[in-house]
Design a protein around this ligand. Structure first.
Ligand code: SAH
Length: 210
């Protein structure tokens, strides 16, 4: 159930759902998703569903992780990436295969501790976890090639947009009048350009630490 074969079936499904970036598919073929979900749910780790994560939070479905990573990567090799909302750490581990360094912020301390163990078990070493409110980002590490936010907000937090490097992209769920959609915000030579993409469902970005 947690075998390489099960994982490859997941990759085939992602391809069928329109994920095209071969580097993203290769990364997801290698990261053991079952390590990041609770043991009781490990048998469902490779289905295309979101799963409960505890603390009232949810783990994004493989398709959502693939889509956000593909949009953030935009076919580029990534140096520094910032993630807001570490959750179970699965998206973090996928990003870590595609970037030199990943910085990830989570407001719930118990999740940060758990993810530290999960990443060690999965053999991921290029991730820096920080317990804190992601609204502020990590100005001391900026600029980032990509910022992936995995909790929904009415708009991208201003401080985060200021931490994008030239040509950098932020991908986030934006909650509006007609539900949530993924947005891509790119820092182009002409300034920030924002595009609305697929409908999604995420838990809200909350203020402060839990
Ligand atoms: N990518 C994660 C998504 C988890 S759900 C996964 O697939 O597991 C969203 C996460 O964002 C939750 O863990 C929640 O605690 C966290 N979060 C919400 N508001 C936050 C904030 N202001 N700063 C940091 N993390 C936040």
């Amino acid at each position: 159930m947690t075998s390489q074969r099960t994982r490859l079936r997941m990759i085939e499904r992602l391809r069928g759902l329109g994920i095209r970036d071969a580097a993203v598919l290769a990364a997801m073929a290698e990261v053991p998703r079952h390590v990041f979900v609770d043991e009781a749910l490990a048998s469902r780790a490779y289905e295309d569903i979101s799963l409960p994560l505890g603390f009232g939070q949810t783990i994004s479905s493989p398709h959502t992780v693939a889509r956000m990573t593909e949009l953030a990567r935009n076919g580029r090799a990534l140096d520094k990436v910032l993630e807001i909302g570490t959750g179970c750490g699965y998206q973090t581990a996928v990003l870590a295969r595609l970037a030199r360094q990943v910085y990830s912020m989570e407001r719930i301390a118990a999740l940060v501790r758990k993810v530290r163990r999960n990443l060690r078990e999965a053999g991921v070493a290029n991730v820096h976890l920080r317990h804190g409110d992601g609204h502020a980002g990590m100005p001391e590490v900026a600029p980032f090639d990509a910022i992936v936010m995995t909790a929904a907000a009415p708009r991208a937090p201003e401080a985060l947009l200021g931490q994008l490097g030239a040509g950098g992209r932020m991908v986030l769920p934006v909650a509006g009048g007609n539900g949530q959609h993924l947005h891509v915000i790119e820092l182009t030579a002409k300034g920030l350009v924002e595009r609305r993409m697929d409908p999604v469902v995420f838990v809200p970005l909350l203020p402060g630490v839990g």
